[in-house]
Design a protein around this ligand. Structure first.
Ligand SMILES: NC(=O)c1ccc[n+]([C@@H]2O[C@H](COP(=O)([O-])OP(=O)(O)OC[C@H]3O[C@@H](n4cnc5c(N)ncnc54)[C@H](OP(=O)(O)O)[C@@H]3O)[C@@H](O)[C@H]2O)c1
Length: 356
């Protein structure tokens, strides 16, 4: 590890004045063999742009899906992967007002969704799928696509926020934020669900979580979950949710499972509750029962990560409560492929980070 940090210092001293940098790119999708390191020209910031020395990135489920050619939105090979990063501004273009050299920053998932309702056009620019992402040493972006990284977080911790944490925040908030005393159901121990547990607790909610193993159940409890249900022991886990809520059901489901969990989630929701539809980690599709859907009187809200405004609001809450992102492992930039392998092993609990 110390050798690695030594190497970083060498690179640091070369930062400005460098004309070359290293970036990973998928030359085609299918497997990790296609991910290769390239030497490229350093970009130069233009007006209202900044040059970021990327210090850390993190992986999300979508990065596996993109590699496997299973991402639900258009993606083409050749791009630099990864959507989430934290770094340091090392050069600014003309008329930059939001940042100065030396500022610690974190990026937004959708570089042009600043606030208000989601617009489909925000999907036209998605890092790692249809435009270059962050698995690179240096990157030029619009100053508007960055936020200040809260002081109490390291670059590695900051890099976990743009997708998973903002998604969890958006799912718990929206036009009907979770109220203190309400019950939130989270599914599994993925990145979104772990942040959802932490954030729901600071909002004063009771959290019921599901997971697959006893070891993970203990970790979820340590993070703040009030009750944990094994979805392996209880395939009909909605019955446990109803038992724990005296038959009332929960007020919100953080629905990351999709086809394989939606029926159980519908059975778990209380009258007038909200299902925040986020993902599809559970693929074993079961037909949706129209009458359980109808009787639930629930609201369905599809989440598209969140805007810069959502991220700013979340950061205020993080700072107030000093929430520490759960990190499973950190890999050096040179070993980025191992980060994908760790993610693919499904053995992790918490975010997988690459330190640049
Ligand atoms: N719509 C959006 O804006 C948005 C944003 C972010 C993510 N997503 C999507 O949300 C999903 C979660 O993303 P992520 O990055 O948090 O994923 P992740 O970290 O890869 O989540 C993996 C976890 O999912 C859990 N899981 C797998 N099968 C399950 C099942 N049948 N029931 C309950 N949990 C199950 C497992 O937890 P246990 O081992 O504890 O069971 C596993 O550790 C993905 O589909 C992703 O694409 C969508």
């Amino acid at each position: 590890m110390s050798a690695f940090y030594g190497e970083r210092e060498d690179r640091e001293s070369l930062a400005i004045g460098n004309t070359k940098m290293q970036s990973y790119r998928f030359k085609q999708f299918g497997n990790l063999e296609n991910l290769a390191l390239h030497q490229e020209d350093m970009p130069v910031p233009q007006a209202r742009e900044v040059l970021v020395r990327v210090r850390a990135t993190s992986l999300n489920y979508r990065d596996l899906a993109i590699m496997n050619g299973q991402y639900t939105l258009p993606s083409s090979p050749g791009h630099i992967p990864l959507s989430d990063a934290a770094g340091e501004v090392i050069q600014i273009g003309q008329r930059v007002e939001r940042f100065k050299v030396g500022d610690r920053v974190v990026n937004t998932f959708m570089p042009r969704w600043f606030g208000g309702a989601f617009q489909a056009s925000a999907r036209d620019e998605l890092y790692g799928s249809n435009r270059d992402g962050w698995l690179t040493e240096y990157k030029v972006v619009s100053e508007e696509s960055l936020l200040s990284l809260p002081d109490y977080l390291s670059f590695e911790q900051g890099a976990t926020l743009p997708c998973a944490a903002v998604t969890a925040w958006a799912a718990l908030n929206g036009d009907r934020p979770v109220k203190a005393g309400e019950t939130v159901l989270t599914l599994g121990s993925g990145g979104v669900s772990l942040f959802a547990i932490q954030l729901a607790k600071i909002m004063g909610a009771r959290v019921i979580a599901t997971t697959s193993s006893e070891a993970k159940a203990a970790q979820l409890k340590a993070l703040g979950a009030d009750e944990v249900i094994s979805y392996v022991q209880h395939p009909e886990w909605s019955q446990e949710v109803l038992r724990l809520t005296c038959g009332q059901g929960v007020n919100r489901v953080i629905e990351v499972g999709g086809p394989g969990t939606l029926n159980q989630s519908i059975h778990s929701i209380g009258i007038g509750g909200e299902l925040a539809l986020i993902g599809f980690v559970a693929q074993d599709a079961e037909a949706i029962n129209f009458f359980s859907l109808f009787k639930s009187a629930a609201r369905f809200r599809v989440i598209s990560v969140g805007s810069r405004e959502d991220f700013e609001q979340m950061n205020r809450a993080l700072v107030q409560h000093k929430i520490m992102p759960v990190i499973d492992s950190v890999f050096p930039f040179a070993e980025a492929k191992q980060a994908w392998q760790r993610f693919d092993s499904r053995l992790h609990t918490g975010k997988i980070v690459i330190s640049h």
